[in-house]
Write a protein that binds this ligand. Sequence first.
Ligand code: T1G
Length: 692
Amino acid sequence: MTAINDVTTLEIDGEIAVVTLNSPPVNALSAPVREGITNGVKAAIDNDAVKAIVLICEGKTFIAGADITEFGKAPKGPSLFDALQMIEFGTKPVVAAIHGTALGGGLEVALTCHYRVAVPSAKCGLPEVKLGLLPGAGGTQRLPRIVGPEKALDMVTSGSHVGAKQCLEMGLVDELAEEGKLREGAVAFAKKVVAEKRPLKKVRDLNDKVEAARGKPEIFENFRKANARKFRGFLAPEYNIQCIEAAVNLPFEEGIKVEQKLFRELVTGTQSAAQRHVFFAERQVWKLPDVPADTAIIPVKKVGIIGAGTMGGGIAMNFLNTGFPVTIVETKQDALDRGIATIRRNYENSAKKGRFSMEEVEKRMGLLTGSLDMNDLADCDLVIEAVFENMDIKKDVFGKLDKIVKQGAILATNTSALNIDEIATAVKRPEAVIGLHFFSPANVMRLLEVVRADKTSNEVIATSMQIAKKIGKIAALVGVCPGFVGNRILAQRQREAQKLIMEGAMPWDVDRVLYDFGLPMGPFAMSDLAGLDIGWSKEKSKGETLRDRLCEMDRRGQKTGAGYYDYDEHRNAKPSPVVEKMILDYAAEKGINRRTISDDEILERCIYPMINEGAKILEEGKAIRSSDIDIVWINGYGFPVYRGGPMFYGDTVGADKVLAKMKEFQAKMGDDFKPAALLEKIVAEGKKFGDY
Ligand code: T1G
């Protein structure tokens, strides 16, 4: 065995050379790996005894793509292009031996090999679109030549990982090796290639599938139409489509030129920078600087839920989905029956949509026990309370849990706003109390705010984060403060949105600006969806606020066919002349001189106070890092991933511009716009939120 460099070895196994890469954690195509491939394959080609070459990786996976940490930096070492040339135009067949995930540049390397062998557990994909990119090493030109343009469109715009068996069916891999025997399988395959004098099959020469699609632009038009909603605001999906179009309509080398031109545009753009930020932010969020990595994890086998309402039921499903037995407790039989029936209905609907079988429905329902007696929670390892948002009720529940549930268990609350330190005063073991703030619908929304209280133990924190990962959530560890991170920042936007429609804008103006910015819907459409009467009571209402007056007129949102908008029978919203008049009358009544408000002002007044509040949250230590705030807003509130989250967006715009605008607004409109000390500090030091 010869060491080609620190991450590459070359071994001659009879007439087969095995080039092995070993660059943990994922054999990304860093400069040493590119160098290793180029020189390893060259050495094998130059060795007369060698008739064929196997390219294989040590560790958990075949090459999982370009080294994302290298993007945006000055290129160093041999280019990927050199390595691909060495393989494809070499004089000896190269067989890629794939395990784990051959992704992005990794699959592109495999596609320049003449043959591909994989173990059944392997997956292949071109997920560059998830980084705001496209496969920039020939993937958009080679993939459609093997799997056809339609399948290629799917793979490059979804970024999905395709299983080895399906890859075999699509011709993406030539043979499956026995699980755990990849090297043997690949070497045996290489020997077969030599023995059968098989050609050096270059994917670039396989033109039938692309030629068959030539003159059928409808393939692409229909695909664009079918995905317009999903791709809204993103640049990368359209650029990927244009590359596949080029593969169909142009000779290979011309198609490569199109791919490289569009790749360069994307990699230097803000969207990819934002999505690459999110890639690493999703991995950073799990790292807890002040919770030692060897903190003991509390074994959680049985879960209890208090409250079978919308949140309780959704929370229970997360645990049933992942095999945890759940006991759900209610106060009244009908409420319990209703809650359990809703869970079953949700599962049956999923089964009807083919997501899983009716057996799976019964298996999950089989893990669920309903009860009217909190004593049935005595042997639970984790109990999550999801009762009405009232401090007295919460403290009463925790007081009872403290007497019932075994020592060592985690006592969690799903409150979205109440002070968890206060709730913890109801028990003798405050170290066991933590906030697990799920987002509605709890079985769908990916975000979980894990809220550490003053006395919460590291064991409870570490265990809660691990549980979050097990149930498929992305969790951010945050501190106790009103609204924690997500809702606290939301309140800033909601306040400004309300003020803007008094000062001169209309609800549909504010919603349009935020929708065009990339949010799934604006604040007023969101209020109409949720219902304007949440927490509103007819008896107490004095018609003081616009919302009061809307509710008094039974304009309570989509459910009453009218709210800030008027709704047709298909719940399509349209601006309401009734609401327009109400706003004008209300403003006049309050003596407000309305003025024309620009879209820029609407956007800045809604977004900049959010960023400013994020800075306050960081300076108070209620979030560990600014990218955690981005994770909360992207996964909990639909902040566009291609803007990277509110804090990353603040860095994209420039903290200095955010500060200048906040000061300008403060001068005109008061301390709602008072800059956070951290914002002032970051600008003074020429730093970024990301540095915090
Ligand atoms: N570059 C650099 N670091 C990477 C990396 C990559 N491609 N992939 C993973 N890491 C790091 C990651 O940050 C983490 O670090 C550790 O590896 C383990 O990752 C030219 C332009 C492979 C499925 O998009 O999807 O090729 O936090 O926690 O859950 O066309 O990582 O430990 O310090 O995610 O087992 C295309 C990205 C690149 C694949 C493994 N490739 N990676 O998941 O581990 S663009 C991708 C993944 C490209 C070419 C283009 C996953 C994984 P740390 P992990 P995992």
